[in-house]
Write a protein that binds this ligand. Structure first.
Ligand SMILES: Nc1ncnc2c1ncn2[C@@H]1O[C@H](COP(=O)(O)OP(=O)(O)OP(=O)(O)O)[C@@H](O)[C@H]1O
Length: 679
């Protein structure tokens, strides 16, 4: 109730001259690229009347309605809705003054009828009691099935009636209905019209309705015929029929269409929006209100309140997300399990190779021999030794059966001893006292260079260069590669999960018209962003808990640092993914392009972000790109926390946090600006 009063405070007195018109459009132009959908369009809808907007398919009716409700910006001209331009600060258009039924169904298919009406009721600030009261009334009037029925299980006609119910729910002052009677049987159609006539008679309600059933528009007080983005006739239905000596409205309109077609194409005639427009065939009233001077008169407090997010809208959107997730348990489980599966695969599949077949050619017959002793130290889980003759071994390696050959000469032990004790030895002794290794370097042999060190363990010094690697200062000698990639992979999972979920959710909602409907109900882009952020944070938190359980407890990846820092960094990376997803979805219009954008960004980020290979390997011009990516410094920071046990006092750690916060801020601002520009 408090919020209700606050909203009422925002109302400003209507400017004089416009009180008699619910909607007033003058010289409106609107284009989609080069296509002019509205050309020099003018129309006046009197207060407290039903206005039937008729016209052939593609003439611009939906476009005009979208401009009126503020879902589309006009290129030129003036529109006044209930006294002020759409989106005027403090004016509830878009908002609770409007009831809009779009042409698209624009319903959440996983919702029940009751949940659908409750969702929009919450946005309009109705109390639960009022929502129930209105719901029961509308179910009765629109002959809807049980309110617990899921929208996806309703027939096409029933779904359209639910959509109409959403528009009627909060008793708006202006109803804008885009083909509400499509797919509805004649009896119910007549009932819907009867209801519209009644509410117009009873209260100060105005209605604009489009329909392809021209005869039903006889019940309207006024009808307008559109052709090629222009209004070509506007009068009460009886007057139009009289003018064309016709007994049906349909016939009269056919004649009007023919007359209009015989005249020159109005689109070609009308001049471009350069300020020298032709006069309209139907005279308009008065001059347009001076929008800028009106805006200038708005108190800063009103503006400030208008800018503030409404928590009830955010709460309604969050409840909506959780209800949808509840109805889609498979998708919910996938969202939680996918990161776990990915990290499990990384930890299982990346690391020491196992069961590698190596051909052993040992020509030493002496017993005991150093060669046998060395071979006995090989780790047999990693290396499967196959003893062969020289010829068989080389045939095998050429056929790809073995990934290496290890060979010892006939006098290996004695030559090795000579190498160690004698001051000067011949080349023959050096060769004969060496282990000879031939490798197939085409794939699996990354580890073979470390073969001696890893697999001969503490005997490695016997055959190695006189260099000893002591216990590492940070990290461990074992599992070097899995430990290197795990932090980056965990962060990239958080990042890309958040990007794809955000992008898909928003792009689909926009495509299905749900977003437009929310905007017209008074929701603002900032509120939608916040609501999405909060609900995604819940999902991210569970993903992080599961990821860390797998990394630290199941795969025992070492962690020397603070768990709190690790969690905060992962949350921030997830939020960066959300904000980046907002940017993609504000630019891209369909899920296919969105999918391509996400997949296209994934690999460059993985390769350039220092996730699977150190940034130091990247050549110079590219390294600057790498450092500018959202994952690079964060991955470095997470490695420093986990393996070096560093805290925020270290530059490499705080830099990761700072860069993530910077990217977040940038993406959120960018997405908000793009959304605002596109609206
Ligand atoms: N998003 C869009 N992008 C590009 N062109 C569009 C878009 N929406 C509509 N149009 C084009 O604008 C013109 C007017 O379309 P609009 O949907 O307003 O017509 P309409 O009179 O409502 O048609 P119908 O009665 O079939 O719904 C059409 O030529 C249409 O192809």
């Amino acid at each position: 109730m408090k919020e209700e009063n606050m909203e009422d405070d925002l109302e400003l007195p209507l400017p004089t001259g416009q009180e008699n018109f619910a909607v007033w459009c003058q010289d409106v132009y609107q284009s989609y690229g080069k296509l002019k959908a509205l050309c020099n369009m003018s129309l006046a809808v009197p207060q407290g009347q039903i206005y039937g907007l008729l016209g052939p398919s593609g003439c611009g009716k939906t476009t005009l309605l979208k401009c009126i409700v503020g879902a589309l910006k006009i290129s030129q001209g003036h529109i006044t809705v209930l006294g002020k331009p759409p989106k005027f600060p403090g004016h509830k258009v878009p908002g609770k003054k409007l009831g809009y039924m779009p042409q698209k169904l624009a319903l959440y298919s996983e919702f029940t009828i009751s949940e659908t009406l409750t969702f929009y009721g919450r946005i309009h600030g109705l109390t639960s009691k009022k929502i129930q009261e209105r719901m029961n009334h509308l179910i009765d009037v629109l002959e809807l099935p049980q309110k617990t029925s899921l929208v996806q299980n309703l027939s096409g006609g029933q779904q359209r009636r639910v959509s109409l119910g959403v528009a009627l729910l909060h008793n708006p002052e202006l109803l804008i209905l885009d083909e509400p009677t499509v797919g509805v049987d004649p009896v119910l159609r007549s009932k819907i019209w009867q209801h519209l006539v009644e509410i117009v008679k009873m209260g100060k309600v105005s209605v604009i309705i489009t329909t392809h059933y021209i005869e039903e528009a006889r019940q309207a007080n006024m009808v307008g015929l559109m052709r090629n983005g222009q209004l070509v006739a506007e009068d009460p239905p009886d007057a139009i029929m009289q003018q064309h000596c016709s007994t049906t409205l349909e016939h009269a309109f056919l004649q009007l269409c023919e007359t209009s077609d015989n005249e020159n194409d109005p689109k070609q005639e009308s001049s471009p929006p350069d300020g020298t427009l032709e006069s309209q065939p139907f005279p308009r009233v008065g001059s347009p209100p001076a929008e800028e001077s009106l805006k200038g008169s708005v108190d800063w407090k009103v503006r400030a309140r208008h800018m503030l997010p409404k928590w009830r809208n955010i709460a309604a959107l969050m409840i909506k997300t959780f209800v949808r997730l509840k109805r889609l348990p498979g998708s919910l489980v996938l969202q939680f399990m996918l990161p776990v599966m990915e990290i499990t695969l990384i930890c299982l599949c990346v690391g020491e190779p196992k069961g590698i077949r190596v051909a052993i050619v040992n020509n030493e017959t002496l017993f005991p021999s150093v060669s046998k002793s060395l071979l006995s130290f090989l780790d047999n889980s990693s290396v499967q030794q196959v003893s062969l003759s020289h010829q068989e071994a080389f045939e095998g390696i050429y056929n790809g059966e073995y990934w290496g050959v290890i060979a010892f000469g006939k006098n290996f032990t004695s030559y090795l001893i000579k190498r160690m004790v004698e001051k000067q030895v011949s080349q023959e002794i050096i060769d004969g006292g060496s282990v000879h290794i031939w490798l197939d370097e085409t794939g699996k042999t990354t580890y073979f260079s470390a073969f001696v060190d890893h697999n001969l363990g503490d005997r490695a010094y016997q055959v190695a260069l006189p260099v000893k690697f002591e216990k590492p200062i940070y990290g461990s000698q074992n599992k070097v590669f899995p430990a290197f990639v795990t932090p980056g992979i965990a962060l990239s999972i958080m990042f890309y999960q958040a990007i794809s979920l955000t992008t898909l959710a928003i792009v689909l909602e926009r495509k299905e018209g749900l977003m437009d409907r929310c905007f017209v109900s008074g929701m603002r882009s900032f509120e939608m962003i916040l609501a999405h952020l909060f609900s995604q944070l819940f999902i991210i938190s569970i993903q992080i808990i599961l990821l860390l359980l797998m990394i630290l407890l199941v795969f025992k990846i070492p962690n020397e640092g603070s768990l709190v820092l690790i969690i905060i960094l992962m949350v921030l990376q997830g939020v960066t993914g959300i904000s980046f997803g907002l940017v993609i979805s504000s630019v891209v219009d369909d899920e296919q392009n969105a999918f391509q954008a996400v997949v296209g960004l994934f690999q460059p980020n993985l390769l350039l972000g220092g996730i699977i290979w150190p940034v130091e390997c990247i050549p110079y011009p590219l390294r600057y790109v790498s450092l500018a990516l959202p994952l690079t410094y964060t991955t470095e920071a997470l490695r420093c926390i986990m393996y070096r046990g560093w805290s925020l006092s270290q530059m490499m750690v705080w830099r990761g946090f700072a860069v993530t916060l910077g990217w977040n801020t940038f993406f959120v601002i960018l997405a908000t600006v793009i959304l605002k520009l596109r609206m």
